[in-house]
Design a protein around this ligand. Structure first.
Ligand SMILES: NC(=O)CC[C@H](N)C(=O)O
Length: 207
């Protein structure tokens, strides 16, 4: 299973290492053409305005939107979550805008710019050490979005079909369980696509 990590800004090497630890082949993705060689993509943390600007500059937006609409799995962490969101509070425009969530940037205030806490990640882990750094939170989710974790009352991880998002940095600890969960998502979508293609070919042959 080949999974990419968008390598325009942020903790790329750490995500690559965690995906490998979770059993995937992982690569940094610097050019839009490289998207054709992978079955899923992690969008790392960093600064969402900068990542968004670089994505536009290098032609990633359009191709990723096309891929996303046909079931290509995406995992956004921290700034990556902001990139996935359809709505960003106090901002008129979104970036990729594919996941049905409303997010608030830098939501934990100045005093708590960064902190660590243990989270229950629904169906994944009940003691997940999560590192938050100038983290966003999810204010609201659409009806088909599954909430995976809350910190106090705020939503900090969610999944919608082939989209996965976390406010924190799962690449900064040694716990690869959330990456392993994404690898499984990619596997099941890749399998679904192959099955879909097989059925299509079969139908064409029957005609
Ligand atoms: N660690 C992070 O990715 C921080 C995200 C950053 N505060 C933003 O709004 O883009």
């Amino acid at each position: 299973m080949k999974i990419g990590v968008l390598a325009l800004q942020g903790a790329v090497a750490e995500h690559v290492r965690m995906l490998q630890k979770a059993g995937a082949e992982a690569f940094p993705i610097k050019k839009v053409e490289q998207l054709e060689d992978i079955s899923g993509l992690v969008i790392p943390g960093g600064e969402s305005t900068t990542i968004g600007r670089l994505m536009r500059m290098y032609g990633f937006m359009e191709r990723l939107q096309q891929l996303a609409s046909s079931g290509f799995p995406l995992f956004g962490t921290c700034a990556g979550l902001i990139i996935l969101a359809k709505r960003i509070a106090e901002q008129e425009t979104s970036h990729l805008g594919v996941m049905d969530i409303d997010v608030q940037r830098n939501a934990f205030g100045r005093q708590r710019e960064s902190f660590e806490t243990n989270l229950v990640l629904e169906g994944i882990a009940d003691d997940f050490r999560a590192v938050f750094i100038r983290a966003p939170l999810i204010l609201e989710v659409g009806s088909d979005v599954q909430i995976l974790a809350k910190h106090k009352d705020s939503i900090v991880a969610a999944r919608q079909g082939h989209y996965l998002a976390a406010s924190f940095h799962p690449e900064l600890t040694e716990d690869e369980r959330l990456h392993a969960y994404f690898v499984q998502m990619v596997q099941s979508y890749a399998w679904g696509n192959t099955e879909g293609k097989k059925q299509e070919i079969q139908r064409e042959q029957e005609i």
